[in-house]
Design a protein. Structure first.
Length: 294
């Protein structure tokens, strides 16, 4: 018997595209609707910042009946202290935090990933265990410690721990990235007489730019948006960050300046937006390559 084999010709690409076109349209439509729903509060805030005070909560339209930029001037100079002071305080704390996290966490991660010392696995497990401890559990002991040191009402409690590698998340992130770098580079550098620190400085850091940028971006955003930490340790208005400054626009016992609040809230988003815009390529690369073997 002669066996006959039937060969089915592949469907032309045009037929496949025609069949997938309705599903693609539905998917993109759903994504557009979801994007609008997520962006709407932000657009409403920007619109409310240029509305007259009496129209902010009386209309849900994104297009104001009249545009008034006086809320930006009133929000910037309306308090006892210029809002620029709050911007400067937040910028100083954020820059110091980013510097501390990148330097200290990269050193700790390099030690866990590359150096051999007694109890390395044990201390690495302890470090990971700190990720499961809520911040509120250590809040009171830390406050008592900083109070006895005389650091309350200064930026030191918000900055100094960052230089001691207190953020275990960034250490873990960098450890995973460092482990993906070939060890042959370390061995070759040792044969050339490089010390452990020089290997870290000349080899590990240049190759780890994506993960360092990821840590820097997250550190900046989290610090810039932090409200609870400054609320606990900063009591003098001259040391307030922008988040504490925004709170002063809302007064439960008298009239609140909502237009000034929304105007300054819009301005506070500008540094975060541009910081992410400039470093988004490194952020995506750092997240995508962390934990992957090379």
């Amino acid at each position: 018997m002669t066996e006959m084999m039937t060969v089915t010709a592949p469907k032309p690409p045009s037929d496949i595209n025609k069949r997938s076109l309705p599903g693609s349209i539905i998917l993109h439509t759903m994504l557009i609707i979801a994007s609008i729903a997520m962006v709407y509060p932000l657009l409403w805030m920007v619109s409310a910042s240029v509305r007259p005070q009496d129209e902010i909560f009386s209309s849900t339209s994104l297009i104001p009946s009249s545009v008034d930029f006086s809320s930006y001037v009133r929000g910037w100079f309306g308090l006892d202290i210029s809002f620029g002071r709050f911007f400067w305080n937040s910028l100083v704390i954020s820059v110091l935090t980013v510097t501390g996290n990148v330097v200290a966490c990269s050193l700790a991660a390099y030690a866990f990933a590359r150096l051999r010392f007694a109890g390395r696995n044990f201390w690495f497990a302890i470090m990971l265990g700190t990720l499961m401890i809520p911040y509120h559990v250590t809040l009171i002991p830390q406050y008592v410690l900083f109070l006895n040191l005389g650091w309350v009402n200064t930026i030191l409690p918000l900055v100094v721990p960052k230089f001691l590698a207190s953020d275990a998340f960034f250490i873990f992130l960098m450890v995973q990235f460092f482990r993906g770098i070939p060890r042959e580079l370390d061995e070759a550098a040792m044969m050339d007489g490089c010390s452990a620190f020089r290997i870290y400085w000349k080899i590990m850091l240049p190759l780890s730019l994506p993960v360092l940028a990821t840590a820097a971006i997250f550190s900046f955003i989290w610090t810039w948006d932090d409200f609870f930490g400054p609320l606990i340790y900063l009591n003098d208005m001259n040391t307030y960050t922008i988040q504490l400054g925004l709170r002063t626009f809302v007064d439960s016992t008298s009239a609140s300046d909502w237009s000034g609040l929304f105007a300054m809230s819009t301005l506070t988003l500008v540094p975060v937006f541009f910081f992410f815009l400039f470093f988004q390529r490194l952020l995506i690369e750092g997240i995508a390559t962390t934990g992957m073997k090379r």
